[in-house]
Design a protein around this ligand. Structure first.
Ligand SMILES: C[S@@+](CC[C@H](N)C(=O)[O-])C[C@H]1O[C@@H](n2cnc3c(N)ncnc32)[C@H](O)[C@@H]1O
Length: 242
């Protein structure tokens, strides 16, 4: 069963509107692929990023969770949305831009899965198209595991999230206590697993088909395995140029 079955209905309330991420993506497109007219988001979730990209681009999204995708379908009626696995997907089109953001890549639990996903990105990008993605780093997973569980009240409900890390996989134990009008609680529980990969391992895997355009941490500096998050923009090398 795909993750996010229980969490989907609360996802947007907890994460807010990712306006800054959408604006950052638009600035990457403007800079590195200004002629772009098509975008594919892998792991589009509730469609919050796609919705923030505006109406000037043809938008396509793929997600493995029916519950997340259902929200995206309501939010982005003009987008072409698919319930599918980004490590195996085959679409009939190539795109100017492929996105995979908000640590969606970490949700693929094996490094072989990451390699398959990069191969899918390469297949679905036009020559010189750009791949914009981010990851949670190993350092962040370690720090989150050292912290006390995060308790957050929202819309009258309570979220308790605890992260464990064994050096490879990070386990996010998410409990939402839904406060019902009759004053009873209903517990929604879900465990989401993320894989930690070192930046050198990641760069190595991408070198076959992609050239790095930029990589930054949350402060705009060069990322390391201790950064909170690492953002990347790669260009797909033109076919036949190797
Ligand atoms: C943290 S959410 C991010 C959603 C969206 N990118 C955003 O920024 O709001 C991760 C999403 O990736 C999806 N996902 C995880 N593994 C996937 C896979 N193998 N193929 C497609 N989607 C996947 C999950 O269902 C979830 O919706």
């Amino acid at each position: 069963m795909a993750a996010y079955r229980e969490f989907a209905r609360y996802y947007d309330a907890i994460n807010g509107d990712p306006v800054e991420t959408s604006l950052k993506i638009l600035s990457h497109i403007e800079r590195y692929r200004p002629q772009a007219d098509s975008v594919l988001e892998l792991g589009c979730g509730t469609g919050a990023i796609l919705a923030g990209l505006g109406s000037g681009l043809a938008l396509t999204g793929v997600d493995l969770s029916p519950e997340m995708l259902e929200i995206a379908i309501r939010r982005c009626p003009g987008a072409d949305l698919h319930l599918d696995d980004m490590t195996t997907i085959t679409l009939p089109t190539r795109f100017d831009v492929v996105l995979c953001v908000f640590d969606t890549l970490n949700h693929v639990p094996t490094f072989d899965g990451w390699i398959s996903m990069f191969e899918r990105v390469s297949t679905h990008l036009v020559d010189d198209g750009i791949f914009v993605f981010d990851i949670n780093t190993i350092g962040r997973f370690r720090r989150l595991a050292e912290m006390a569980p995060w308790v957050h009240d929202f819309d009258g409900h309570t979220l308790i999230m605890n992260v464990e890390f064994d050096g490879v996989h990070s386990e996010w134990d998410i409990r939402v206590f839904e406060h019902r009008e009759d004053k009873n609680f209903v517990l929604h529980h879900e465990v989401i697993v993320e894989l930690g990969v070192t930046l050198p391992q990641l760069r190595d895997a991408l070198a076959r088909d992609f050239d790095l355009l930029e990589e930054t941490d949350t402060t705009g500096a060069a990322p390391t395995d201790e950064s909170d998050r690492a953002y990347f923009v790669y260009r797909r090398r033109a076919r036949g140029s190797r």
